[in-house]
Design a binder for this molecule. Structure first.
Ligand SMILES: [Zn+2]
Length: 390
């Protein structure tokens, strides 16, 4: 196949994959996108953020037009590490196309989606140079890392400049098996808690001289894991508390341990806020407490992962219709999966997520189907036509 036959979004995705932008390295990826967007008439700004103890991160904000509404495409150009390169059949930074698949780190998460968004927007602008509204790109290099010097600060920076986002499409991989499966209209929140139970170490033959922390910890964990936190809400599965580790570290069989620890993580729906969930957990532990128990201390890790929902309505319909027009299928509206940068963007404007099939994200031999990139570009273009159309 000659280059002339390759879809422009595929060419751009190949070029992006060839930029080794493992978080926090920029790797040339934002520079490449800046030149594409500037050539299409966008005003492009590169913004670097830093914070003590974290690496500096390059970000990009680009806008075309001055009018309202302002539709934002959001994404990231950083990628997770390759792991052992010897396990890859295709060089993770070569952008090889084999049997209709574009291989490379970031192919689906999310350089493919970024390439399709940029191609769709520049095509749309070429066709309708004075469409009245505005299109912006919010691209970060810090989504897969600490996420400190990326989207959060870029949103604050844009807000301080008076940018008023109307709606946002985030191009993260959302489709489990084939393009058109799923749009994400919300995400669950995430909260991690840590329990430490402190008793008194002693000889198993003399238990009256010791205080075993384990019965207290077992009762605490039982109280946390049942009954269910809720039955789910209109657009969310039930919240789930998962115990992820229990640590005693006691190799001896004749020793009552002095301390025991456990960690749990809750993925919670829009029935809860971080505060109401913490209160529920504290309440369960207090009710489980018995006379003579070992001492229980509970701490929560810092979390900014709240649950949010973009209510179905005209904007969600526009994206759904664009997906259906290209794939022939009406996508499911889902709130499943992990957290994403959408949790930050939703504080500024309604956000939906739609991007490539994510089956190989973060894996060895990550790929995106070449045909999917062309279809994804057509979907984003269709969303633009509907959004700004008459
Ligand atoms: Zn991603």
């Amino acid at each position: 196949m000659s280059d002339a036959a390759i879809h422009p979004a595929v060419l751009l995705a190949q070029d992006l994959i060839r930029c080794p932008s493992v978080t926090p390295a920029e790797g040339g990826a934002l520079t490449l996108l800046a030149s594409h967007l500037a050539a299409a008439g966008f005003s492009v700004e590169r913004v670097t953020f830093s914070a003590p103890g974290t690496p500096d991160v390059d970000n990009l904000y680009a806008r075309y037009g001055t009018g309202a509404p302002l539709l934002v495409f959001a994404g990231h150009t950083d990628v997770v590490p390759t792991g052992d390169v010897a396990r890859w059949r295709h060089d993770p930074f070569a952008g090889e196309i084999v049997d209709g698949r574009l291989y490379g780190r970031g192919a689906c998460d999310m350089k493919g989606g970024v390439a399709a968004m940029v191609t769709a927007a520049t095509d749309f602008i070429a066709a309708h140079p004075s469409f009245g509204g505005s299109i912006a790109f919010l691209l970060t290099g810090d989504e897969e890392g600490p996420a400190v010097n990326g989207t959060v600060k870029l949103l604050e920076w844009a807000k301080a400049r008076g940018e008023q986002f109307s709606h946002c499409i985030l191009g993260e991989p959302t489709n489990p098996a084939s393009l058109g499966d799923m749009i994400k209209i919300g995400r669950r929140g995430s909260l991690t808690g840590r329990l430490t139970v402190t008793g008194r170490q002693g000889h198993v033959g003399y238990p009256h001289l010791a205080l075993n922390p384990l019965p207290t910890l077992l009762r605490a964990l039982e109280a946390l894991t049942g009954p269910a936190l809720d039955d789910g809400t209109a657009h969310f599965d039930p919240s789930n508390l998962e115990v992820t580790t229990v640590d005693v570290g006691n190799p001896a069989t004749n020793l009552i341990p002095g301390e025991a620890k456990a960690v749990f993580n809750v993925r919670f729906n829009d029935r809860w806020t971080l505060d109401s969930l913490k209160a529920e957990i504290e309440g369960r532990l207090a009710r489980a407490r018995r006379e003579g128990d070992a001492e229980v201390s509970l701490t929560f890790d810092y979390s900014n992962a709240v649950a949010f929902l973009t209510n179905p309505g005209p904007f969600v319909d526009i994206v759904s219709a664009a997906v259906e027009a290209v794939t022939g299928r009406r996508p499911a509206l889902s709130t499943t999966g992990g957290t994403s940068d959408a949790r930050f963007i939703q504080a500024c404007c309604p956000v939906v997520e739609f991007g490539p099939v994510g089956g190989t994200m973060h894996q060895v031999d990550e790929f995106v189907a070449v045909d999917d990139l062309a279809s994804l570009t057509a979907i984003y273009r269709g969303a633009l036509e509907r959004y700004f159309g008459p």
